[in-house]
Write a protein that binds this ligand. Structure first.
Ligand code: SD4
Length: 291
């Protein structure tokens, strides 16, 4: 009985542990991903996901999220959603729709409310303070507004060999209203095929989406590569290409899990992540920038 899970950043750990526990007790991969990400969204001290996430340039927390069922390829996603407690649950619900399964802005919030999802102001006093401070700094010192951004991405494999992937983020701190990153875009910020495996991304969405990196990692695993080899092959040559041809490259980190429960990571920054399987309890690990 194999089951496994991997999630981006240290913040994934508690949620991932809950998701693993759920699968141990017979829960499926989709429930595990949703449970795990909700945990991260609800925790007010993670500055880049859900409640407590840092707001956009206008002071509004706009969130991107997606869910993909690796058995059916059902995908649901929201972008620029605000004032809704758990974007991942809205994404999962949207994945059940054949049409209108990716909604943005007020349309996404309206759908969520109509479908009974909890409304909540996602801006905490702490996040507002950080935003105000940053605004002053940008005005005074001409600082780059963009920092403090991380996506939680989770990939799970359950004992029935079903896989799922989910993402959730408040995107780049101080982003322009309406800006959407890779986390809501299938193939860019996430992808999953239960016959092969799944991948999820975190980092500068504008650059991750240039390479359709999550689809590419899953495609490479489908040719027989291990998750680690697929991550290496998809990510590092692409970073080189971007440097050469685009002139610069943002920070990014990718995680992958195949349907045997093996995982891989590629990153160009110091990157923490959490992973576990039926034999190994979840733990937090660290990956160094590769090349
Ligand atoms: C985005 N990929 O909106 C997300 C944010 C992120 O580390 O993960 N930053 O571009």
């Amino acid at each position: 009985m194999t089951f496994a899970m991997i999630g981006t950043w240290r913040m994934a750990y508690e949620g991932l542990s809950k998701g693993m526990e759920l699968m141990k007790n017979g829960g499926n991969s989709s429930d595990a991903v949703e449970t795990a990400i909700k945990e991260v969204e609800d925790y007010p001290f993670f500055k880049s996901v859900g409640y407590g996430g840092l707001p956009n340039a206008n002071g509004l927390v706009e969130m991107d999220s997606a869910f993909m069922d690796g058995d059916t390829f059902a995908v649901g996603a929201v972008a620029g959603i605000s004032d809704i407690k758990n974007p991942i649950s809205v994404s999962r619900k949207l994945s059940k729709e054949h049409f209108n399964s990716f909604l943005v802005g007020s349309g996404a919030s309206e759908y969520a409310v109509l479908n009974g999802f909890e409304r909540k102001s996602m801006l905490t006093a702490r996040a507002k303070k950080i935003w105000e401070k940053r605004k002053r700094e940008i005005a005074q010192e001409n600082l780059s507004p963009y920092d403090g951004h991380d996506t939680v991405g989770m990939i799970s494999l359950d004992p029935k060999c079903s896989m799922a992937v989910g993402t959730s983020t408040s995107g780049l701190f101080m982003k322009k209203p309406g800006r959407t990153g890779d986390s809501a875009l299938v193939g860019d910020g996430f992808y999953c095929d239960s016959e092969i495996g799944g991948a999820a991304a975190t980092g500068l969405g504008e650059d991750i989406m240039k390479g359709c990196l999550c689809y590419e990692i899953v495609r490479l695993m489908g040719t027989g590569l291990t998750p680690q080899a697929a991550c290496d092959k998809a990510v590092y040559p692409f970073i080189d290409k971007l440097k050469k041809r685009y002139g610069k490259v943002g920070e990014f980190s990718l995680v992958a899990l195949n349907n045997k429960g093996e995982w891989g990571v590629a990153t160009n920054v110091e990157f923490t992540f959490a992973a576990g399987d039926n034999k190994n309890a979840p733990k937090i690990m660290m990956a160094n920038p590769g090349e």
